[in-house]
Design a protein around this ligand. Sequence first.
Ligand code: SF4
Length: 653
Amino acid sequence: VRSFDPDEEGLVDEVEGPGVELDADLVEVDEGAALALLERVTADLPGGGEVRDAQRTMVSLVAAAWSRGRHVVIEAGTGVGKSLGYLVPAALLGERVVVATATKNLQDQLATKDAPLVAAHRPGLRVATLKGRASYLCRQRAFGVGTPQQLELDQGEPVPRGVATQIRRVLRWMSETETGDRDEVPFEVEDRAWRALSVTPQECVGRAQCPQGANCFAEAARDRASAADIVVVNTHLYAAHLASGSMLLPAHRHVVFDEAHEVRDIMATLLGTSVTATRARALAASARAFVETGARERIDDLVACADRLAAALEAQWAEGRASGLDEGAARELERLRELVTALTEALRTRPAERGAELRHQRALGSALQLGQDLARLTRVGEGELVYLTRREREVAVELSLVEVATRLADELWDHVSAVLTSATIPESLPRDLGLGEVALERLPSPFDFRSQALLYVPAGIPARNDPGAEAAIIEELVALIEAAGGRTLALFTNREVMRRVAAAVGARVTTPVLVQGELSRAATIAAFRDEEAASLFAVTSFWQGVDVPGRSLSVVAIDRLPFQVPGDPLAEARRSLVEAPFVEVDLPRATMLLAQGVGRLIRSATDKGVVAVLDTRLAEASYRSRMLRALPAMRRTRDRADVVAFLRSIDIS
Ligand code: SF4
């Protein structure tokens, strides 16, 4: 096998980190007890008893960090077993630990697999999962929905038949579910359908006032979290907790951020805000019944203003200006703020009639929240960025923080002792998150990538902007899928390209081709795992968190290096803050995403397979060495014949 590689580089030196100011005395985690617990837990794993040095090191690092009230950043390569690396010390801490993950996938894996495994050896350990309120079905809303026609009140527009059908199916599911968790709905639910059956924290009338308070799914989840030793959340909820002034999660001094490479972007967005015209129209619809008859034209004004805002945002978007607000959009946003403020006052001063209190409360909650969000958007602070994004069928106005380092340094790191971990940690992560000179440990994967995996960059494949590139990618994928007997995860950076290529490849191969979006995410992954000969074509979210060990996954194909498309306003703003934008912003981000995509291939010590990057830049561009160094040390080839021979040598028949 020929190589196109360059050089290798050593690991990052350990740096002594700063201490955190925790309110009360620190609690010690007994390292010896933690390692003994790890041994007992791993003995229960399928194939059992394998003790991994890197995992023991991670347990020791986490125990030491918490015992000393310090932060630690740990890159744990695939197969280290990072979940147990922090769950085991957490189980012995004797204080609550919040574990925040970037994906619901990992959150569910922790809650249903890893944490119960630890709890089995730690009697009395209580583990709970907590999601945002809008992730749970709201019984109060569900009972109020009645017929789909009534939904017009909240949506301000007719309910399409498909959405009404989904609502009816969710209502039937309500009598079966114990959790009311959207992720457990056994079919895909559109946002519009779910919004009609759930509430935001501001819209919730509160358990004490709510007739369904005693049976509320969200409140039951909060109760379980308040009683738990380990609370598993997603990083979005953790960010919302910070934004709310620490109101959403039970008190804690210890936190783990898993998939820590995502923390910066999630915090930047969630510590900001966003507004759509639909939100304003929905407020108008839900508030109309609660303002005096003479004041109804204010509601009409609000709807008209929302329509003008939507038109102004569409016009700005159509002209390709995603950053900032045009004069027209800014004017309508300001006008909307005034109208919502007036409506909030009107709702406050006119009490609801008997029987309508809860709907009134929900309308008032929506008005308050929208008013606050509009106030932020119309008075943008230093370090904040306003920009447009397209969501579902409309353009939204977003406000994000350009950098989160200062905010997190001020509001988070002094109050918790944090473990930040991921399979890929960019060098810049401690700085980007405001952690300062914190220890950054890299624990290599225990897998033998040189014998288990082959990295293939086809020689002569056209550059991605060449008209022949897509046809060449289709040819490569057909050849790879045929050589592997299916078993291919094809990852794309663009949904349209993914659909076109999937259709073309699907028509030419004899094995099944699954396409992201046809089923729910969980059902898609399950279908790919269960049907060994299937291939799966997917974008974005499938670059991370897909864990399919064994024969179902023998090829990971990546259509192009995942550089951010030009014009992303947040990326542009970050670029403007540094001297060498490509090297400091674009390359680290693309490298990290590439490593995540590549990381889907080898999930166990017996897995074997090929990573095919169908982008010649990985073999030829001047920056290739930096990217390659972030990937596991695989053998490399540019010749398809090597790939076919390698796949034949793997026992996949
Ligand atoms: S307490 Fe809030 S979330 Fe729960 S059922 Fe009532 S309104 Fe819905």
